[in-house]
Write a protein of this length. Structure first.
Lengths: 179, 158
C-alpha cells in the first residue's frame, strides 16, 4: 500500500499521541484510586522503573551505541539519543556539581503534557511525568549505574522549564560483584 | 517505530500495576478489567478525533468498521485486521491473527488465562473510537490460541 510521506508523518504523530493519551488516562485512573499525591507519584515511579528495565534492551538494540566512559557521556546519551528516539525531543544537559556526578536535563518541550492544561487544584504536588524518572532510573540500573532521578522543576507547577535531576551514586567500593 | 515499544511496555505495566494493586487491596479482579476498559475508552475517543480530522464522511456503519479495521488498526498496531465478518444486523467480528499485545506472551495455549487482561484496554479503545463516530456498541474479546484473537462488536440501536 503506498502512502504519501505526509500521511506517514501524520501516522507517526498519532502513534506518539496514542502513548501520550494512554499515559494521561493512566494518571487520571491513578488519581481516582489514590487520594494522596505521594502515592500516585510512587506508583508512577514504580511503573516507570518496570518500563525502564525493559526499555534499555530495546534502546541498546536500536541505537547500537558503545559503552559510555563517563557520567557526562551517559547523561548526553540519555538526552540526545534516548529522548530523541522515544519522545522526539532533545533536552539540554547541564552538569550541576563539581564532582561530576550530578546532571540536569532541561526540557522546554515535554510531549507527555501535550494535552494537559494545568493540574487540578487538589493535586498540586502531583508529579505528572514521574514515570520518566522511573524509566531513567530503571534503565541506568540495568547498565550497572545506580542513580537517583527526580524532578527539580516542573512547568505544570508554574516553573519556567521542566528539569530532571540525575544524581549518579558511587558504586559501593567494598563489595565485589562476582558473576 | 520506537514509540511502539514504549506503548507496549506502558500497557504491560498498566495491566500488571492495576492487578498488583487489586491483589493488595480488596482483591476484586473484575474491577480491574472495567478500569482498563474505561481507560481504553477515553483514549479511543481522543484518538479517533485526531485521526479523522481530515477524512471524508463515512457512508454507513460498514464503512466505519472497515475504517477501524484498516486505517485505525494500522496506525495503532502497525497492521490491519486479518478478517472482518458480519451478519449485517449489527454484529461484527474482527479477527487479528497476530495481535501485537499478545505476541510477546506466548504462541499457543500457554498463559491463556492471562490473555483477557491484555485485551480489555483494546476493547475500550474500539468502543471509544466508535462512540465518537456516533455508534454505541458493546465490545468483547476472546482468545482461543495466542496470538490470534477475535473482537466482537455489537452495535446498540439507540
Amino acid at each position: 500500500m503506498s502512502r504519501s510521506p505526509g500521511r506517514k508523518q501524520e501516522n507517526d504523530k498519532i502513534s506518539r499521541e496514542l502513548f501520550v493519551l494512554t499515559y494521561g488516562a493512566l494518571v487520571a485512573q491513578l488519581c481516582k484510586d489514590y487520594e494522596k499525591d505521594e502515592d500516585v507519584n510512587t506508583c508512577l515511579d514504580r511503573m516507570g522503573y518496570g518500563i525502564g528495565i525493559r526499555l534499555i534492551d530495546d534502546f541498546l538494540a536500536r541505537s547500537g551505541v558503545k559503552k559510555c566512559r563517563s557520567y557526562s557521556e551517559t547523561a548526553d546519551m540519555i538526552a540526545q539519543v534516548a529522548f530523541k528516539m522515544y519522545l522526539g525531543v532533545t533536552p539540554s544537559v547541564i552538569c550541576s556539581s563539581a564532582a561530576g556526578n550530578e546532571f540536569s536535563l532541561i526540557l522546554d518541550k515535554n510531549p507527555l503534557v501535550d494535552f494537559v492544561e494545568e493540574l487540578p487544584a487538589e493535586r498540586a504536588s502531583l508529579c505528572y511525568c514521574n514515570l520518566l524518572c522511573g524509566v531513567i532510573r530503571g534503565a541506568l540500573e540495568m547498565v550497572h549505574l545506580a542513580a537517583e532521578v527526580t524532578f527539580l522543576q516542573d512547568r505544570l507547577k508554574g516553573d519556567a522549564v521542566t528539569e530532571i535531576g540525575i544524581t549518579f551514586l558511587r558504586k559501593p567500593e567494598d563489595r565485589k560483584h562476582k558473576r | 517505530m520506537a514509540d511502539e515499544a514504549l506503548f507496549l511496555l506502558l500497557h504491560s505495566e498498566m495491566v500488571a500495576g492495576l492487578y498488583r494493586a487489586a491483589e493488595q487491596g480488596d482483591g476484586e479482579n473484575g474491577r480491574c478489567t472495567t478500569k482498563l476498559e474505561s481507560m481504553g475508552f477515553r483514549v479511543g475517543q481522543g484518538l479517533i478525533e485526531r485521526f479523522t480530522k481530515d477524512t471524508a464522511r463515512f457512508k454507513d456503519e460498514l464503512d466505519i468498521m472497515k475504517f477501524i479495521c484498516k486505517d485505525f488498526w494500522t496506525t495503532v498496531f502497525k497492521k490491519q485486521i486479518d478478517n472482518l465478518r458480519t451478519n449485517h444486523q449489527g454484529i461484527y467480528v474482527l479477527q487479528d491473527n497476530k495481535f501485537r499485545l499478545l505476541t510477546q506472551m506466548s504462541a499457543g495455549k500457554q498463559y491463556l488465562e492471562h490473555a483477557p487482561k491484555y485485551l480489555a484496554f483494546t476493547c475500550g479503545l474500539i468502543r471509544g473510537g466508535l462512540s465518537n463516530l456516533g455508534i454505541k456498541s458493546i465490545v468483547t474479546a476472546e482468545v482461543s490460541s495466542m496470538p490470534a484473537c477475535k473482537f466482537q462488536v455489537m452495535i446498540q440501536k439507540m
